[in-house]
Design a protein around this ligand. Structure first.
Ligand SMILES: *Cc1c(COP(=O)(O)O)cnc(C)c1O
Length: 471
């Protein structure tokens, strides 16, 4: 399997070459040259498999530069009941007639990002050992991504994590989750400033090419193809649990921010999994809902990017969206470049409303969308508690609301549960007047010793810290 760049770079790469990379050299995103097609025999065989073996089967179609026995061992080591809480790994439960919740948030940090990040940690360790190389992951987080990365990389050989976060601005629970890690290869850096300062520091350090090369700086952001690929697996697992046979269509609703999660659903559908509709659920930051309603993709400025009660979906642009648009415009890199380089560069937006391709987003590709507000979120959390005695987190609530607007009679609707309510306790308290129950392993974490250094919002200070802690 070879990978290409959405922007037309002539090079073709194998999986392990792009595993440790971010963007392609021309600024595009990597995609497989073609989507492997599944047939009825494969679906019949896969339906019976435990999650780790299903993951191995699917990953094998995209990874041909890791020996199968090794890849199988990596999958088996990653997807265990010990790490994810159940044998099913992603258990499905029916909420009401035809509407299901797929639990993706029972990993170490209680959000769906663990599903991909845990695999990434093991793949990184494997590949770095094979190359005799080391990697220093530098990141900026306001919560979910940073903690998922730290829990995936903790104790891994050849990897260090330097994670910046805005000092005092994460929830006490999120701070405790990250700062209580005592592993020598995990470095928490609290920056005196806001999240944007952290992101600027990461950019500044990455733009210092000499430093980047000397200290082997890498990232684990959501455009990483391996993360997206890992997420394809739970669409299959959800499908098998929602149906009794492989001829039935199923729809999925996905609380969306950077379009990574739902893009994995798109890949599963392109492979031939019978997905009826993919519903993109957004909050007040409705860049994606606007596109699927109107054909206009309009990146937001800082003043138009809202801080909401589903913060992991607070985006100004959706970094994985380019992958879907590449398929939408018939994989024509010249057209893709006109949209993402010329139009977005010049106007901050592009308009496909009059283009025949836009009709295909809903038609051929099965996309719909929906949008929620803070009031909707609270109402959904209350309603779900009252009618089904089930607590959902604010992001999953956004999903449930959008899902109910897009039901098709006779087609099961699977809503992806992207976090557990305890991670966003303040909003649960606002909706219900009480704190959600906390899983046992997180009891009292706020009182644990914290391992964190405070640095000013200054890239040079962060560089000095990294240099001092790499030997
Ligand atoms: C990251 C995240 C999302 C958004 O996922 P994307 O892949 O960026 O679309 C939604 N909900 C939660 C809880 C998240 O952590």
């Amino acid at each position: 399997m070879n990978y290409l760049s959405t922007r037309g770079h002539p090079d073709r790469k194998r999986f392990c070459e792009i595993l440790l990379e971010g963007l392609a050299p021309d600024g595009g995103l990597y995609l497989p040259e073609q989507y492997p097609q599944i047939d009825t025999a494969m679906l019949a065989k896969w339906r019976k498999l435990p999650y780790a073996e299903l993951a191995f089967e699917i990953l094998s179609l995209y990874i041909d530069d890791i020996p199968p026995a090794d890849l199988k061992a990596i999958c088996a080591k990653t997807y265990t009941a010990e790490v994810f809480g159940t044998d099913e790994i992603v258990p499905l439960r029916e909420l009401e007639d035809g509407v299901y919740l797929e639990a993706l948030s029972n990993g170490p940090t209680l959000a769906f990002k663990d599903m991909a990040m845990q695999l990434l940690g093991n793949l990184f360790e494997y590949e770095l050992a094979r190359r005799g190389a080391e990697l220093n992951i530098l990141g900026a987080t306001s919560g979910d991504t940073g903690s998922a990365a730290e829990y995936a990389m903790r104790g891994k050989k050849g990897v260090r994590v330097f994670m910046t976060s805005p000092d005092g601005r994460m929830s006490p629970f999120q701070q405790a989750q990250m700062f209580s890690l005592q592993d020598a290869n995990i470095h928490n850096i609290a920056i005196t400033g806001v999240f944007d300062d952290c992101q600027d520091i990461v950019k500044a350090v990455s733009n210092d090419l000499a430093f980047k090369r000397k200290y082997r700086i890498g990232t684990v952001n959501s455009i990483n193809w391996a993360r997206l690929l890992a997420q394809v697996v739970y669409y299959f697992a959800g499908y098998f649990q929602a149906t009794a046979s492989n001829d039935k269509p199923v729809s999925f609703t996905v609380p969306s921010g950077n379009f990574g999660n739902v893009c994995a659903g798109h890949v599963a559908r392109m492979m031939g999994l019978p997905i009826h509709t993919l519903v993109v659920a957004t909050n007040e930051n409705d860049v994606l809902d606007e596109f699927f309603r109107t054909g206009v993709y309009r990146v937001r400025g800082a003043v138009d990017t809202h801080e909401t009660s589903s913060p992991s979906m607070d985006i100004s642009k959706a970094s994985n969206f380019e992958r879907f648009v590449f398929d939408l415009v018939g994989r024509d890199p010249a057209r893709l470049r006109k949209l993402f380089v010329d139009d977005l560069g010049l106007n901050g937006s592009f308009d496909l409303s009059a283009d025949p391709a836009f009709a295909q987003a809903a038609g051929r590709f099965g996309f719909r969308s929906g949008r929620s507000t803070h009031a909707d979120r609270l109402a959904t959390i209350r309603d779900t508690d009252k009618r089904f005695a089930t607590l959902v987190d604010p992001h999953t609530a956004d999903g449930l609301k959008a899902a109910r607007e897009q039901l098709t009679p006779g087609v099961p609707m699977v809503v992806l549960e992207t976090a557990l309510p305890i991670k966003f306790a303040a909003t649960l308290v606002e909706a219900l007047g009480e704190e959600p129950a906390r899983p046992k392993k997180f009891e009292g974490i706020e009182a644990l010793p914290k391992r964190v250094v405070k640095l000013p919002a200054d890239a040079e200070a962060v560089k000095a810290y990294i240099a001092e802690h790499c030997d």
